[in-house]
Design a protein. Sequence first.
Length: 163
Amino acid sequence: MIRSGAADSPTLLVPPRFPTKLGYEEGRNIAYQTRWAEGSLERLPGLAAELVALKLDVMLAASTLAVLAAKKATQTIPIVMTSVGDPVGTGLVDSLARPGGNITGNTTIIGEMAGKRLELLKQLVPHLSRVAARDFRAILSSRFRCDTRRPWLARSKWTCSRW
C-alpha cells in the first residue's frame, strides 16, 4: 500500500483482513507492505519503486498522486486505486467503464458527478438560487471546479463564479 499522508493520519486505511476460511493467514501466505509519504509528495515515486522492487502481487494506492506514482513505476503489477477524484481526467484510466491498463478501483467521481449533485440539491431545495463550492486546487484528487460542471450549468441556466 502506498499513501501520501502520514502513518498516524486520521484517514488511516487499514489493509483488508481476509477470513481464514478462505485460507489466508497474515504472515503465512499473505503479507502487507505499507509506505507513507508523510505529506512529502515528492517521495511518492521512490516509495512506489520500493514496492515494485518487492515483486508484489497487487498494489493498493490511496490518493490520485499515489496512483500516478504507482502507474509510472509499473505497468504489470495490478494497482487498486482508492480516494481518487477524477481517474479519467488525470490520465490514470482510459474510461470508467473500461479502465484499460493495470489500474482498477473506486473513485469519488467529483468532476462527472458535480452536475448531478447540484441537480439533486435543486430538487431537494427548489427555491435554491446560490450554492458555494470550495475549490481545492492544491489537492489534485479533490477537483471541484466550475468548468467540470458547465454542461449541466448550461442546461440548468445556473451560473458558476469563483470567489
